[in-house]
Design a protein around this ligand. Structure first.
Ligand SMILES: Nc1ncnc2c1ncn2[C@@H]1O[C@H](COP(=O)(O)OP(=O)(O)OP(=O)(O)O)[C@@H](O)[C@H]1O
Ligand SMILES: [Mg+2]
Length: 332
């Protein structure tokens, strides 16, 4: 259907240019052709809220999670199942609401990009994907009431123009308590709110809260000689949501969102160990089209700081600084 309408448009343009060739002077013809070309270009390349631009790729998501996300044996399947369940439902009752929690550099933004890439053709560059870091968008507590109004309008306007919108609220632990409750009505079980349906949108919250509790559980497993892979969502989910709720000063502090169960899943991100860091280095090399070099990976991983002080088990910055550190070892 789309193809047909495009063909019709192209034919009309060609016909028009033919007529112009007969009747008009060459400047008019060239001008007309340029204008038609521009219109055609914008028709083809301008992103729209339709299946040409938005379409879920479950295989792509599964492959990316398997190949590009390291050390997150809980997050990977939970994300895949939640997103796939939601995207394949034709009758979702509410938007998908995920909270990704964990210490720094463990892959929360990374996975959000992977999700965006497998839903939107333009990935994070899509005009239907909105990344909102708290310190950038809501920095001053004295402006809280303006922020509330702005956020409400922002969400409503964007979902009005595309129901399949993705909102990523970054740095939730740095967001002023009280602000996020303003979006509660959009996350709840409503058919429509003022003519807008929010049921097909996705809200992802990223936060460091709960990270210490997750790390402690991982450490407890290690101390007990248990395999990290044995840690389950159940072992962590409760402590993460409780810790977000109790984190005074954080965006989820005593929020209705948690109380009313509107967050579908709290997804825990485990702290990364040295062997995961090495995988990140190799991935960063592959990204630069370089041959994998284990010696370099080893060197970069050795340079990082690990915690706790005695066990030195987990990378303090996860894989966050790798991209910056890699050149020190490549150009020697
Ligand atoms: N688990 C992981 N698997 C693969 N790469 C990772 C992982 N964690 C982090 N990375 C790499 O490190 C970079 C930084 O990670 P990311 O921004 O996702 O961290 P974060 O969890 O959002 O941290 P913060 O809490 O500080 O915001 C990513 O772009 C990615 O390249
Ligand atoms: Mg982040």
């Amino acid at each position: 259907m789309k193809l047909l309408s495009m063909c019709v448009r192209v034919c009309v343009l060609v016909l028009l240019s033919g007529i112009l060739r007969v009747h008009a002077n060459p400047f008019v013809v060239v001008g007309g052709l340029v204008a038609s070309g521009t219109a055609l270009y914008s028709y083809i390349y301008h992103e729209r809220c339709n299946s040409n631009w938005i379409g879920y790729n479950p295989k792509g998501l599964k492959d990316d999670l398997k190949q590009k996300l390291f050390g997150q044996h809980i997050a990977a399947p939970v994300i895949f199942q939640s997103v796939t369940g939601f995207m394949s439902s034709t009758n979702s009752q509410k938007p998908l609401v995920l909270s990704l929690n964990g210490v720094t550099g463990t892959g929360k933004n990374h996975i959000s990009k992977i999700i965006a890439k497998n839903i939107y053709r333009k990935g994070m560059d899509s005009s239907f994907v909105h990344l909102l870091p708290a310190t950038k968008f809501f920095p001053h507590v004295e402006n809280l009431s303006q922020y509330k109004t702005w956020l409400q309008n922002f969400i409503e306007d964007n979902v009005r123009s595309c129901e399949r919108s993705l909102f990523i609220f970054d740095e939730m632990d740095k967001m002023h308590p009280g602000l996020i409750d303003i979006i509660k009505p959009y996350l709840d079980y409503h058919d429509h709110l003022g003519q807008i349906s929010f049921r097909n949108s996705i809200f992802i919250f990223l936060s460091n809260s709960g990270g210490q509790e997750i790390a402690q559980t991982a450490l407890d497993f290690w101390n007990a000689g248990l395999d990290r892979q044995k840690i389950t969502l159940k072992d962590l989910e409760k402590s993460v949501s409780v810790s977000s709720f109790n984190n005074a000063g954080g965006g989820f502090y005593e929020t209705f969102l948690i109380e009313s169960g509107l967050v579908d899943v709290f997804v825990p991100f485990l702290p990364l160990e040295k062997h995961h860091v090495k995988q990140c280095v190799l991935a960063a090399m592959a990204e630069r089209n370089l041959e994998p070099n284990l010696t370099v990976a080893e060197k970069v991983a050795e340079e990082l700081i690990y915690f706790p002080k005695h066990e030195k088990l987990f990378s303090s910055n996860g894989c966050k600084t790798i991209e910056k550190r890699l050149p020190f070892h490549l150009f020697v």
